[in-house]
Ligand binder design. Structure first.
Ligand SMILES: Cc1cc2nc3c(=O)[nH]c(=O)nc-3n(C[C@H](O)[C@H](O)[C@H](O)COP(=O)(O)OP(=O)(O)OC[C@H]3O[C@@H](n4cnc5c(N)ncnc54)[C@H](O)[C@@H]3O)c2cc1C
Length: 393
């Protein structure tokens, strides 16, 4: 193998080129953003709060022997010819390919052509949101998932008067379950955040080219100078259409060694990849985990397997873990919370903002979520890893 091409210059792409640093051949990274790889978690936290410069989120790139093709997107893959086509018209041939194109923020369908609407996925998004909210009084966040909740916390700390979270779900961050989600809601309310849960958006009011309010289906109008659409994400995989790469709901299907199903010499890693996990729901048995630590570990494993002889490849196996910072609360999870059929509260101390909730499926532990209980989550991660090892994953 002489030339490895990594497509996607995010966390997984960066980790992939780091892992390739001992590789004697050539390494090319194709990224559609004009920035070198940077870290996304600070965008909704320190960058928005103004405690970290947006430019300070970059990953270390000194010493990486990489041909950087930045600001040019991959638009097609000819897997038989081993060629990636770029938007600029260039064709880049490879012996080994790493797909690490991640996800993008899900847009609102048919948004009015007015200013004031924001998404948050990239550095440029964070800069635009920071500028827009610096002097805003009324901000509405549609979507009370992790990013929506983190932004709400950052904006309140930053001094925005009225921050409202709107979601059709019954409680924020639905994946962490009702007890943890409602505990988070109480903490946000103590910090002055308003909630409209179980509420659907009917449309937007605008005036002189700017959004001025969010209309709910029950008729209420919430004033808004800025609206953040935090509606989850969708995979960046359109460029693979017709290439033979197997896509499941747009996610790149991988075998246990991170090789992409359907084509040769191609691995995938990070948020765009779907991989085997013992708690994954059938029929596919694959999960798509949008967590920092999983993206990083999968990139390491994918590149190691791409370079290894077939009998030296090792299956990718991690316990997904996640963290989220909201005010003085560190929320951490381990395992596959989405696989839970019920949640059991093990410890709750509302005053100290401490919580431990176990996620179980038919009695079996599949995950845990904690507030300000770092040591406990380490224990759960070990327990879940031991269970995976015992079933041979
Ligand atoms: C605001 C925010 C806060 C977060 N906070 C946390 C947190 O607190 N804890 C946590 O565990 N996780 C957090 N995450 C999730 C974590 O950042 C992701 O899991 C991680 O970034 C995934 O890395 P990735 O490389 O797979 O994808 P990405 O980081 O999305 O990188 C993919 C890159 O590929 C590029 N690309 C896409 N299509 C193409 C193409 N066709 N050609 C070339 N390049 C392309 C994209 O522009 C992007 O640069 C957060 C994410 C965001 C957005």
């Amino acid at each position: 193998m002489e030339h490895v091409v990594v497509v996607g210059g995010g966390l997984a792409g960066h980790r992939a080129v780091q892992e390739l640093s001992g590789f004697p051949g050539r390494v090319t990274l194709v990224g559609d953003e004009r920035h070198r790889p940077y870290d996304r978690p600070p965008l909704s936290k320190q960058v928005l709060l103004g405690t970290m410069e947006a430019g300070a989120t970059g990953f270390p790139c000194d010493g990486l022997d990489v041909d950087w093709r930045l600001g040019d997107a991959a638009v097609g893959l000819d897997a038989d010819a081993h060629v990636v086509r770029l938007a600029g018209g260039e064709e880049v041939s490879y012996d080994g390919l790493v797909i690490a194109t991640g996800r993008r923020a899900r847009p609102w369908p048919e948004l009015p052509q007015t200013s004031g609407f924001h998404l948050l996925r990239s550095l440029d998004d964070a800069r635009a949101l920071q500028r827009a909210t610096a002097h805003a009084s009324d901000v509405v966040i549609i979507g009370a998932g992790f990013i929506g909740c983190e932004v709400a916390a950052s904006l309140r700390k930053q001094g925005v008067d009225r921050v409202t979270l709107v979601d059709v779900a019954a409680h924020p961050m639905p994946v962490i379950g009702a007890v943890a989600g409602n505990a988070a809601r109480r903490i946000h309310e103590e910090h002055g955040v308003h909630f409209r849960m179980g509420a659907a958006v009917a449309g937007f009011e605008h005036h002189a080219g700017r959004v001025v309010g969010v209309r709910l289906q029950d008729g209420e109008l919430i004033p808004a100078e800025v609206v953040l659409l935090a509606l989850g994400s969708e995979p960046n995989s359109e460029w693979l259409t017709g290439s033979g790469v197997e896509l499941i709901r747009g996610n790149v299907a991988c075998d246990p060694w991170c090789f992409v199903r359907g084509v040769d010499d191609v691995v995938a890693a990070g948020d765009v990849a779907a991989w085997a996990h013992p708690h994954a729901p059938e029929p596919h048995g694959l999960v798509c985990v949008e967590h920092w630590s999983t993206a990083r570990e999968m990139a390491r494993s994918a590149v190691a397997n791409l370079l290894a002889a077939p009998d030296e490849r090792r299956p990718f196996s991690v316990v997904p873990t996640f963290w989220s910072d909201q005010y003085d609360v560190k929320i951490k999870s381990a395992g596959l919370l989405a696989a839970a059929t019920h949640f059991e509260t093990v410890e709750e101390d509302a005053a100290a903002r401490r919580l431990i909730v176990e996620a179980r499926r038919d009695g079996e532990l599949v995950g845990a979520v904690v507030f300000n209980k770092n040591r406990a989550i380490v224990g759960y991660t070990r327990e879940l890893m031991a269970a995976m090892t015992s079933v041979g994953v």
